[in-house]
Every structure is written in structure tokens, then in C-alpha cells.
Design a protein. Structure first.
Length: 106
């Protein structure tokens, strides 16, 4: 009987270790070098940059800051990555509004 209990405990511990390994290995971690590889790419603003927010680049959501403290509203491929500071991207709008009003106020 005690051999069966020991077997179940060992089997449960192995199963728990496997679940923990799968969980930890499945979490995607951004490389510290990757933000610099994104310079020059276009991105879509997902959350208003005022001047900080979030952009989508190649299917990944990145924290971002608009250069010059500009305000940029959500849109598809409406900013270009021009730099990075830590894990946050620095972006600038692709097209400036003709009316002179800050982007995103419409």
C-alpha cells in the first residue's frame, strides 16, 4: 500500500513539474535587442499615444512613446518606429494632419 502512495506522489510531482515547464517555456519574452531591430518598420497605434501608449508591430503589442510629445490616435500602419528606449519604442506619425490639429483629435 505504501509503495502505491509513493508511486502516486512521485507521478504527481513529475506531472506538476511538466506543467510548470510547459507554462514557463510558453511565455514569450521580448529580447532586449529586438526593439532596435524594429527601427524603420511601420506600426499600428492600438491605444492612443498621448504621448505614451501602445503600438502593434508584427503582431506584438509594444509600449511606445510619440516623439515630440505628439498625440497620435489609433489607426492601421500610421506610425514609424524611429528608435527605442529600454523595451519601449519611439515612434513618429507617418502623415501629419493637414488642419494643424494634433493627430487623434477627430
Amino acid at each position: 500500500m505504501s509503495a502505491l502512495v509513493l508511486f502516486i506522489v512521485i507521478l504527481s510531482a513529475l506531472a506538476l513539474a511538466l506543467v510548470a515547464y510547459v507554462f514557463l517555456s510558453s511565455r514569450h519574452r521580448k529580447s532586449s535587442r529586438l526593439p532596435f531591430d524594429l527601427v524603420g518598420r511601420t506600426a499600428s497605434v492600438e491605444r492612443l499615444l498621448n504621448p505614451e501608449g501602445f503600438v502593434l508591430v508584427d503582431g506584438e503589442l509594444w509600449p511606445a512613446r510619440a516623439r515630440g510629445g505628439m498625440r497620435v490616435g489609433p489607426g492601421r500602419d500610421n506610425v514609424r518606429v524611429v528608435g527605442a528606449a529600454g523595451s519601449a519604442l519611439e515612434v513618429e506619425p507617418l502623415a501629419r494632419p493637414e488642419s494643424g490639429a494634433p493627430a487623434g483629435d477627430s
